[in-house]
Design a protein around this ligand. Structure first.
Ligand code: E4P
Length: 227
């Protein structure tokens, strides 16, 4: 299972890459806002970081970038997507799961511009991404579970549908807005391809009280043993 970092902050991207070997990044307008930078500056800075690390290329380290969410016309969405995709070969364009978004994604994928159908909240929406040939589909499991829904069956259904129709692995399933280590495990059990989460979630996932306790026990034993 791949790990993507959900952030537009360069220091977080650097840490997550160094520590967890993340495979890519997802951003959204809220992450760009939290970076404190104007939109174009934030995404150009990420593109520059990718080049600096030698990670540039279509098939390495994808970075999902969301276009202006005010755009709801398929042609306008496609035009905005082309402009953003020109900035970096790593950029994958997030388009919303609305009829014009799915139409734009179909056209863009045919042109070789990779897309991520985002704001997906049902298996029927996820089907659109498979049919459109999107590189990614982003079911937002965190938002649903924050709302009291259990997403295990939801993810399982999307995986089953994708296997039924040969989309599994072609349109990669990103379980998005993952909020806890437990959700990471649920994602892994379901067979989704990728989880995207904030840095604190990955940090929490590697921590365990017994590990810390064990480190203390072994450190103490080490210190009381002749070397
Ligand atoms: C993923 O692609 C989305 O940007 C993200 O998971 C949305 O979740 P947020 O609520 O963490 O911003």
């Amino acid at each position: 299972m791949k790990f993507f970092l959900d952030s537009a902050k360069l220091n977080e991207i650097e840490t997550a890459w160094e520590t967890f070997g993340i495979d890519g990044v997802t951003t959204n307008p809220r992450h760009i806002q939290n970076s404190g930078k104007p939109f174009l500056t934030a995404i150009n800075d990420i593109a520059a970081w990718i080049r600096e690390k030698g990670l540039d290329g279509k098939d390495v380290f994808p970075v999902s970038v969301e276009i202006n969410p005010h755009l709801t016309d398929a042609q306008e969405i496609a035009e905005a997507a082309r402009r953003i995709a020109d900035i970096s070969p790593n950029f994958v364009i997030k388009v919303p799961c609305i009829p014009s978004g799915a139409a734009a994604a179909r056209v863009l994928e045919k042109e070789g511009i990779r897309t991520n159908l985002t704001l997906v909240f049902s298996p029927s929406q996820a089907i659109l991404a498979g049919r459109a040939g999107c590189l990614f589909v982003s079911p937002f499991i965190g938002w649903k579970e924050d709302n009291g829904e259990d997403c295990r069956q939801y993810m399982q259904d999307i995986v089953t549908i994708y296997k039924n129709y040969g989309w599994y692995g072609k349109t990669q399933i990103i379980a998005a807005a993952v909020r806890s280590p437990k959700q990471i495990v649920d994602c892994a059990v379901s067979g989704v391809d990728i989880v995207t989460a904030g840095l604190p979630i990955f940090q929490a996932a590697v921590n365990h009280a017994y590990t810390r306790q064990g480190m203390d026990t072994f450190t103490d034993a080490w210190d009381h043993t002749a070397q």
